[in-house]
Ligand binder design. Structure first.
Ligand code: SF4
Length: 297
């Protein structure tokens, strides 16, 4: 089968920096042990397993970052993930005596600063993001709860309770679909025409989405390699399906490829979320290249 390698794809600078920082911490004999990451350093099981081999523990699960603090052993070196962290969790971690290392991506940190500055200037904030994801949890911690609201779809805007004349700022999670976000922003501006909009979708996410849509037009199907928890991976699937109007499937690894998906497929595009290790995507590409179309029938 012909495989089109979509570029850019895979690791972004924020992910590379976070993993590099964690590995550097593991090599430093002067830092307290154990070394623990609060949540997955980036949303990818392969990366978490690789860090575990270096002796770096990860506390994770369907809990807030604050709740996860209870699972960190006393005296640990505690690494905050690329998704960012709320000031309340940082303060609590220091109060408990952990040695804190922050791997927040600079693009996420920029959104934190924006929210903190606008709150200090008297604004309230509408944050567009995915409920339950750690990035909104961290960023929204920059504002008092009564002055920030999370929305993810245009329908959510009807439920907002901010007064019409309140000074408002609209900002976003870094890994959203730029097309979906536009629809939510338009709904907000219909209700709050004077709101100031700061689109914080990061360059790496935008570049990967635009490439996926552009390349998808010339292939029969797109395979997106990434973890089910990775927001930017799931958005890549979504933009191929809804913007390029082509079929897309997500796989975590080469073994997940189902030959039945490729019946009648001559050209397949491959892209990867920004937390997907290169060797995992390479293995997917190799398996697809070895697949004969008749194997699929
Ligand atoms: S996807 Fe964007 S915000 Fe997230 S780590 Fe990568 S560069 Fe940073």
């Amino acid at each position: 089968m012909e495989v089109v390698k979509i570029t850019p794809r895979g690791y972004c600078y924020g992910v590379v920096d976070a993993i590099t920082l964690a590995k550097r911490v593991a090599k430093d004999p002067n830092l307290p042990r154990p070394i623990v990451v609060l949540g997955q350093i980036v949303h990818n099981r392969h990366v978490v397993d690789e860090l575990a081999e270096l002796g770096i523990l990860t506390v994770e699960g369907a809990k807030s970052r604050l709740e996860l603090l209870d699972e960190v052993p006393p005296g640990a070196t505690l690494i905050f993930t690329a998704h960012g962290i709320s000031p309340q969790v940082v303060a609590e971690a220091r109060r408990r005596g952990f040695h804190v290392v922050d791997a927040t991506c600079p693009d996420v940190a920029k959104t934190h600063r924006l929210i903190a500055e606008k709150i200090a200037a008297g604004y309230s904030v509408i944050y567009i993001g995915q409920p339950g994801h750690p990035e909104p949890e961290g960023a929204m911690g920059e504002a008092p709860p009564e002055r920030i609201r999370l929305v993810s779809r245009p329908e959510d805007v009807d439920r907002l309770d901010f007064a019409p004349d309140l000074p408002l700022v609209v900002t976003t999670q870094t890994t959203l679909s730029q097309w979906d976000t536009q629809a939510v922003v338009e709904a907000i501006l219909r209700r709050y025409p004077k709101a100031e909009v700061y689109n914080e979708i990061c360059r790496a996410t935008q570049d990967r989405q635009e490439a996926a849509v552009r390349f998808a037009r010339d292939v029969d199907l797109v395979v997106v390699v990434g973890d089910p928890r990775s927001n930017n991976t799931n958005r890549l699937v979504e933009v191929v399906q809804t913007v390029a109007k082509k079929p897309a499937v997500r796989v975590e690894r080469a073994e997940d490829l189902n030959p039945a998906w490729f019946v009648g497929v001559r050209r397949v595009g491959v892209t990867a979320g920004s937390s997907t290790p290169t060797h995992v995507t390479r293995a997917v590409i190799a398996r697809l290249e070895a697949m004969r179309p008749e194997e699929a029938s």
